[in-house]
Design a protein around this ligand. Structure first.
Ligand code: NA7
Length: 547
């Protein structure tokens, strides 16, 4: 057992059942327990940490600065914990999660290695059925994570392949040694872009299989200086407050530029982008205030990045393949350390799957269809042998982990049916027909467009307050009103429609998963959303029905 030898048995009945022991589930447990509710967490892994428990691939790191990507609910915790780097590695973040679990004595109320299979609303309670039994709960909180259901694509004859295969989101705990191996990485999103430079240093030969080139900006990671850490910690509350007032709830010290990219001269635009490029990180896109609303501005910013790729990558053909032509920021921006430089190594090459698609797997590798023909019009094929194939192919985001649970609400309705055309909800917190069921950072809330820890804390605090107030009243259940839910879905679509986010295929839209409805799931803009949630709570939970 990987949970430090402790395995809590699930009680038969609790006030609050929580699914998942990542950062959301851990804080929900702490808050609900502190508010006097009997609480229990069910976790499929053998330890805490969620995303950071599963994503152990080489180079895995957070792309939000450590001093921001951490809990703020305990002043003692944020003062005592020492982050070593600007962007923490996966092992360091996992150590932090374990420290939090110990410090707040969380493990005694967590059942590890326990998967929740179904949730059934019966007689004003949820029956939580797991791989090891059943528990009745007044409230259920889904803390299942936005990027936790791995997407492993299938290819013709992939079952014939005798080499090793891996998915970045389900990496072996003991690690993998790629020394002397011919390795393929499929996928060039954040996970691919972080792992490729690290694997290239170890593998004998690395082939990157790219379907869509991504935009990536340098992280400029560094060791945190004690003076900087001390200056943040001296006024941590103010640092957090400033961050929470930005659209993405991060980077309050580097505000979005006051102008649009078209409103300045070419030289001024270049200088502003160069400053952000040198600084590194996601805030590159904040150099101008219209990056994701004005297509012309967006193209100018994208041109700057394409030029960086062209001047970094020595082989012009490889540089051409690496240059994206889509809207920058439409898919989540990647943050890297030496990603483009890695293609100058002698043991690395790039296959563009749009020009040379995967035809099938063989026992020892992959057969690609070549763009040229044999002279009589028949496409040529070429086989590459690989000892290992790594799928950095992402996740069934935001709804994937929830949909894996068979959830049956009031009057026998199934959440899978209610969501068949998209994840309808109110505030990203509740769904009509599913009383006393809450989502943390669900679709319909800012979640993945923000610093996740800020959004998690906001939701956990709101949910705890809501169920505590319900307990104080004579009512026993709360759920979204159907009309309020309809209006909310419309609101999210309207806000997303004002941006360029809907102009490309992305996991925000669900288009990376075959058959998934095309709906923009997160809501841009944290501050307005947080204000709305507070107003609704003050207004006696407007838009919710209590009984
Ligand atoms: P992403 O960002 O969804 O990236 C997945 C990558 O895998 C992307 O390049 C995909 O290409 C590629 N992909 C997916 N399916 C296939 C198939 N069938 N064939 C070839 N290539 C494929 O996932 P990540 O894990 O990198 O990052 C997820 C989030 O984690 C990230 O945004 C951060 O928030 C942290 P596509 O672009 O779909 O053509």
């Amino acid at each position: 057992m990987g949970n430090n030898g402790r395995m809590a048995a699930a009680p038969h009945r609790v006030d609050v059942a929580i699914v998942g022991a990542g950062f959301a589930g851990m804080y929900m447990l702490h808050r609900a327990r502190s508010a006097g509710f009997s609480t229990h967490v069910f976790e499929r892994g053998s330890g805490v940490g969620g995303t950071w428990y599963w994503n152990r691939y080489p180079g895995a790191r957070c792309d939000v600065p450590s001093l921001e990507y951490s809990y703020q609910f305990s002043e003692e915790l944020q003062q005592e914990w020492e982050w070593s780097e600007k962007y923490a590695t996966q092992p360091e973040i996992l150590r932090y999660a374990e420290h939090v679990a110990d410090r707040f004595d969380l493990r005694r109320d967590i059942s590890f290695e326990t998967t929740v299979q179904s949730l059934n609303w019966q007689n004003n309670a949820w029956r939580v059925s797991t791989t090891s039994g059943a528990t009745l709960a007044r409230f259920v909180v889904l803390a299942t994570g936005c990027l936790s259901a791995a997407n492993v694509p299938r290819f013709p004859d992939d079952d014939l392949y005798k080499g090793n295969t891996y998915h970045t989101g389900n990496w072996p705990h003991e690690g993998v040694d790629f020394s002397g191996k011919r390795v393929a990485v499929v996928g060039t999103g954040s996970s691919g872009i972080q792992s490729i430079p690290v694997i290239a240093e170890q593998a004998e030969y690395l082939t990157v299989l790219q379907r869509t080139p991504a935009y990536s900006v340098p992280a400029r990671n560094q060791t945190l200086s004690p003076d900087y850490v001390a200056s943040v910690k001296a006024n941590y509350g103010e640092f957090r407050r400033k961050n929470s007032l930005t659209r993405a709830a991060l980077g309050g010290d580097t505000p979005t530029g006051p102008q649009g990219a078209c409103e300045v001269s070419d030289q001024e635009r270049h200088n502003a982008l160069e400053v952000r490029w040198q600084k590194g990180g996601l805030l590159f896109l904040g150099a101008f205030n219209d990056a994701l609303t004005n297509p012309t501005s967006n193209r100018l910013i994208a041109d700057f990045v394409r030029e960086k790729i062209r001047t970094t990558v020595c082989d012009p053909e490889t540089a051409r393949k690496l240059m994206p032509d889509a809207v920058i920021g439409c898919k989540r921006l990647c943050v890297d350390t030496d990603y483009y430089e890695t293609f100058n190594r002698h043991n690395v090459s790039l296959i563009d799957l749009r020009e040379q698609p995967i035809q099938r797997f063989t026992e020892s590798g992959i057969v690609f269809t070549r763009p040229d023909t044999d002279g009589v019009g028949k496409p040529q094929t070429i086989e590459h042998e690989f000892d290992a194939v790594i799928f950095a192919t992402g996740f069934d985001a935001m709804t994937g982990a929830i949909n894996k649970i068979d959830i049956q609400g009031r009057d026998g309705q199934l959440l899978a049916d209610v969501w068949s055309e998209g994840p309808v909800n109110y505030l990203g917190l509740s769904v009509h027909g599913f009383p006393n069921l809450f989502m943390i950072t669900g679709p319909g809330s800012p979640s993945v467009l923000t610093n996740m820890i800020v959004s998690i804390q906001h939701h956990v605090d709101w949910i705890t307050e809501c169920i505590a107030q319900l307990g104080d009243s004579a009512k026993t259940t709360i759920e979204a009103d159907s009309e309020a839910q309809r209006e909310w879905v419309e609101h999210v679509n309207t806000v997303a429609g004002m941006t360029l986010y809907t102009s490309c295929s992305s996991w925000y839209l669900g288009t990376n998963i075959y058959g998934k409805p095309r709906v923009f799931m997160p809501l841009p803009g944290f501050p307005a959303y947080a204000q709305r949630c507070a107003e609704i709570a003050r207004d006696d939970y407007r838009g919710f029905v209590t009984r």
